[in-house]
Design a binder for this molecule. Structure first.
Ligand SMILES: [Zn+2]
Ligand SMILES: [Zn+2]
Ligand SMILES: [Zn+2]
Length: 163
């Protein structure tokens, strides 16, 4: 990531000020826990990291409440399929936030936030609606194998090609 955590936090604070909400120390600390993690975290992972990093126990209930705040303000996203949280990849961007879509690697558990064209997402929703099914979330979470794991897998499969 190009941006330092400090500059991301400063940025998040500006965004919160603009929205008329407050990035309290606890909210900020939870955001830091997520920014420092390589993979998405469950609420209980966050309770644990928080205790280690800040020598303070937060009840899971408070963590959930704070996560809801961060999600509502587009600073953090929730993966519905795994019940985990990760910081928004566009947290330091100027552009308007789109409906986030996620590519989740089942091998290394890394997650990439991708912007899909709005027309594509709408088309998908329209065809789903035609079946009578109502989608509760506009967020897509696609599971698979990331580029890095795929290339590592190929290396293992073809060791003779390493020379
Ligand atoms: Zn985002
Ligand atoms: Zn962006
Ligand atoms: Zn992977």
């Amino acid at each position: 990531m190009i941006h330092s955590i400090d500059s991301i936090i400063a940025r998040a604070r500006t965004e919160c000020d603009r929205a008329g909400v407050k990035l309290t120390p606890k909210r900020q600390n939870i955001l830091v826990v997520l920014l420092q993690s390589d993979a998405p975290l469950s609420a209980y992972d966050i309770v644990e990291s928080y205790r280690e990093k800040f020598q303070e126990s937060l009840p899971a209930m408070s963590v959930y409440r704070i996560l809801n705040f961060l999600v509502d303000n587009n600073l953090v996203h929730k993966l519905e399929t795994t019940n985990q949280f990760l910081p928004c990849a566009h947290i330091a961007c100027d552009h308007e936030h789109e409906i986030p879509q996620f590519l989740i690697c089942d091998s290394c558990h890394s997650v990439a936030e991708v912007g899909l064209r709005k027309t594509l997402v709408k088309e998908l929703h329209d065809s789903v609606r035609k079946t009578g099914f109502e989608m509760r979330s506009q967020q897509l979470e696609l599971h698979g194998i990331c580029a890095k794991c795929r290339s590592e897998g190929e290396t293992v499969k073809n060791p003779e090609e390493l020379h």
